[in-house]
Design a binder for this molecule. Structure first.
Ligand code: DAH
Length: 350
């Protein structure tokens, strides 16, 4: 019996020394330690031995079993390590290979300009407010001193949805909304930016475009907002947006909601004022509408023009983006052409 056990041990040792992979090792585990293994059979047959021999043989079987078990699990570790080592060697990374290019998203030029405008005005203490794109005739026109039949309504070809509702033609509508909402008549310093709609479609106009509108109102007896404030504000705005060398020119004009009204030209960004095809050799580019808030507008929206004064201005964000980045066709801003959009990728970091 003892010899038989020793023989099993010897065989197991021999087999183990030849094993190279874990599959064979598993087979061996079953063969020597499984329920049907010789050692298990031996344990089962202990009953047939004498009481004297039984514990001795039993102990020996267990000892051999333990020995084989240990050796197999040691071998398992050795094989595992070997497999891992081989795998690592096979998978060596060649760090000298060129990397795959990851396509980066980029901020849309309009969003760049919008964020820049917001930063400029927030740094001057303005609030950024929003208004609805689906607007009423009342807020888009009436409350801005443009009653029904007013000839200036023809200046803006509108998309009417019903007799009362239209897609706003100008962000000036938010002027009236801000004044009406401000029941306590606290000072107003706001800009609003957003989409506007008109029935036009050519290289410099799109049926949908973006405007920024600014409105400042305060008491006459304390702050007394004047034309000088408007000029100073727009000068800071334009110099920050288009460069410190930008000059401004105020030309008297007409807008129903401001009196006096001015159109503001800026030095041509392309020729620096010398004159070129873009500015039609004038050196100037027309960019903003502005003026002192019309007394009628103040009155209609709850402000006594004897007590309050203010200024307002508005401009197209698309035009600003075109000037800033030298874009020739406004429709590029809306066609989502990846080639066009990725050109602006690094502009801000330059
Ligand atoms: N809303 C005008 C437009 O769309 C622009 C404008 C002109 C806005 C004068 C103003 C302003 O606030 O005072 O053409």
């Amino acid at each position: 019996m003892k010899e038989k056990i020793e023989k099993i041990k010897k065989m197991a040792d021999e087999e183990l020394s030849k094993i190279k992979d874990s599959e064979k090792l598993q087979e061996m585990k079953i063969k020597y330690l499984g329920k049907k293994s010789e050692l298990s059979e031996l344990l089962k047959s202990l009953g047939s031995l004498s009481t004297e021999e039984r514990p001795k043989v039993g102990a020996l079987v267990n000892e051999v079993r333990k020995d084989i078990e240990e050796k197999i699990s040691n071998m398992e570790l050795v094989i595992k390590e070997k497999v891992l080592k081989e795998k690592l060697e096979r998978e060596k990374i060649d760090i000298t290979l060129p990397s795959k290019k990851i396509k980066r998203g980029s901020k849309h030029p309009l969003n760049r300009v919008i964020e820049e405008i917001e930063d400029i005005f927030v740094s001057m203490g303005y609030d950024v407010v929003e208004g609805p794109e689906l607007e009423t005739d009342e807020f888009c026109f009436e409350r801005l001193n443009l009653p029904v039949g007013h000839p200036a309504r023809d200046m803006q070809d509108s998309f009417y949805i019903t007799d009362e509702y239209l897609l706003r033609t100008q962000t000036s509508s938010v002027q009236a909304r801000t004044m009406v909402a401000n029941e306590e008549k606290t000072p107003i310093r706001i800009i609003t930016l957003g989409k506007t709609y008109r029935r036009e479609d050519d290289a410099t106009h799109s049926h949908q475009f973006n405007q920024i509108e600014g409105l400042v109102i305060d008491r006459k007896d304390t702050v007394n907002i004047s034309l000088a404030d408007l000029k100073g504000t727009l000068e800071i705005f334009m110099k920050k947006m288009l460069g410190e060398k930008t000059n401004l020119r105020f030309r008297p004009s007409y807008f129903p909601f401001t009196e006096p009204s001015y159109e503001v030209d800026v030095t041509c960004f392309k020729c620096g004022g010398k004159g070129c095809p873009l500015c039609k050799k004038t050196g100037w580019i027309e960019l903003l509408g502005s003026g002192m808030v019309h007394p009628n507008v103040l009155r209609m929206n709850g402000y006594d023009p004897d007590v309050y004064s203010g200024f307002a201005f508005g401009t197209g964000i698309d035009r600003l983006a075109m000037f800033k980045y030298g874009i020739t066709d406004m429709r590029y801003l809306y066609t989502n052409d990846i080639k066009f959009l990725t050109q602006f990728d690094r502009k801000d970091e330059e």
